[in-house]
Design a protein around this ligand. Structure first.
Ligand code: PMP
Length: 454
């Protein structure tokens, strides 16, 4: 990759060893908890991904509030990971805490609606401009359920996705373009279905490829993030989305925008901010202020088709839903988040501060003469190891460098700053301060200085 021409692998290895030792020495309590958990938890963690952070052992949290997180060894961290967007409105935001406290003593789950259901429906319709909604516990489930609805209403089998996408643990999306050919992701465990038979994949920003993939007329829907945010970041080229939406409509297919991450764009998501009109929309992660909540919305026309499909089906299980979905506590959390946090007043300072963060990172990259770039989508920024923002998933993947990424993340963590693992994402929440941003930019600058002046 381009980065390896700028920075030597030896230097990365040398600094990584130093940072690993530094992390371990400063964190005896995390080390002890990691050792204790190793007895009864797979990989010593409650979710095996938690062992993929690049730290020598799992960092354990004591408490988190607003933009800050304190580990069990007493280190305070400026948190720009924010639970990879679950805590985008800050850790334990006050309106959500109050709503949870009020609801907690009045019933947690009943498999019945409360007054909050009607209120949340109204709030979602007003924010996102889609009139009909359903719920899930996670964005993964929301995508999975929506896919069933859309295959049912269209009677078409194929899902179309963009190369390098991520939409949660939805089996169907794990198909990659390798040398222009679709290949099932080899890392999937226990996958016994042939995914390439019902999933088609094209590059982002490739209208000709999209048109060719839609041409057979068997595509139920295109599932996409309006900006790719899970393979580094890939922005749509000007005019891409209007032209893509037109192609999708002309081929009798449906457009689903997954706004789970791009909800960082503003209170109505990227689609509202940029005038896109999807047939369906998916929201997850921060929708319940950190509680497990997700929602998906439909146009009136699509909602009518979904209801007709269910009515026309034989009685019995639809294959859609889970018992705790839309539970009383979740509805209270979403109502509080939508009414008190998903507002222009809350977003405006976040967007401004994320702009300062992106500029600060660009300044540091320029000072050290590195061929890297920074992209921003609202409250979210990403640095990538390529000189120009990538145009598609293949370019974005080519710019990734695991060893360099691990070192940067660990070195930032040792300097009091947490960023999102698996790529280079930083998120600003309502309580992030300019001082937090300075801390991030200064730490980044210091690490780049060490990397480039061996
Ligand atoms: N959609 C997108 C765009 C995501 O980024 C993610 C998670 N990173 C998901 C869906 C899945 O969310 P969850 O893991 O909460 O189900």
């Amino acid at each position: 990759s381009m980065s390896s021409s700028a920075i030597s692998a030896d230097r990365i290895a040398q600094l990584t060893a130093r940072e690993r030792a530094r992390f371990a020495t400063a964190r005896p309590r995390s080390a002890a908890l990691a050792a204790r958990s190793a007895e009864h938890l797979l990989f010593g963690v409650p979710l095996h991904w938690m062992s993929d952070w690049g730290t020598p052992f799992a960092l354990h949290v004591a408490h988190a509030r607003g933009a800050h997180l304190t580990d069990v060894d007493g280190h305070q961290l400026a948190d720009f990971c924010l639970g990879d967007t679950g805590a985008m409105f800050g850790h334990s935001p006050a309106p959500v805490v109050a709503a949870l406290q009020a609801q907690a003593a009045r019933g947690l789950t009943a498999m019945l609606a409360s007054e909050d259901a009607a209120a949340v429906g109204e709030l979602l319709a007003a924010r996102f401009g889609l009139p009909r909604w359903q719920f899930a516990m996670t964005a993964s489930d929301a995508n999975r359920f929506l896919l069933r609805w859309l295959r049912a209403v269209t009677g078409r089998p194929v899902l179309l996705v963009f190369n390098g996408c991520y939409h949660g643990t939805v089996d169907d999306v794990f198909v990659d373009l390798v040398d222009g050919r679709p290949v099932q992701r080899p890392s999937l465990l226990g996958q016994v279905h042939a995914l390439t038979q019902t999933t088609r994949v094209v590059e982002f920003n490739d209208l000709a490829g999209l048109q060719a993939a839609l041409a057979p007329g068997d595509v139920a829907c295109v599932l996409a993030e309006p900006v790719m945010t899970n393979i580094g970041m890939v922005l749509p080229e000007p005019g891409f989305w209007p032209a893509a939406a037109d192609l999708i409509r002309r081929h009798g297919s449906l457009l689903v925008l997954d706004e789970t991450h791009t909800i960082s764009s503003g209170p109505g998501g990227y689609a509202r901010a940029h005038g896109l009109a999807p047939d369906a929309l998916v929201l997850g992660k921060p929708l319940g202020g950190g509680m497990p909540c997700a929602a998906y919305g439909f146009t009136a026309e699509l909602a009518a088709r979904c209801e007709a499909a269910k009515r026309a089906a034989p009685p019995g299980h639809s294959g859609i839903g889970t018992t705790l979905t839309a539970n009383l506590l979740a509805m209270a959390a979403m109502r509080a988040t939508l009414s008190s946090l998903m507002t222009d007043a809350v977003y405006q300072p976040m967007l401004a501060l994320a702009g300062q963060l992106a500029d600060g990172l660009r300044g540091a990259i320029a000072r050290h003469g590195l061929p890297w770039c920074v992209s921003q989508v609202g409250a979210r920024a990403e640095f990538q190891f390529c000189a120009r923002p990538p145009r598609n998933g293949s370019e974005a993947a080519a710019a990734m460098d695991d060893a360099l990424e691990h070192l940067l993340h660990l070195a930032l963590l040792n300097r009091g700053v947490l960023i999102t693992p698996f790529h280079n994402m930083m998120l600003v929440c309502p309580e992030t301060t300019p001082a937090d941003v300075d801390r991030l930019v200064e730490a980044f600058d210091a690490v780049l200085a060490e990397l480039t002046h061996a």
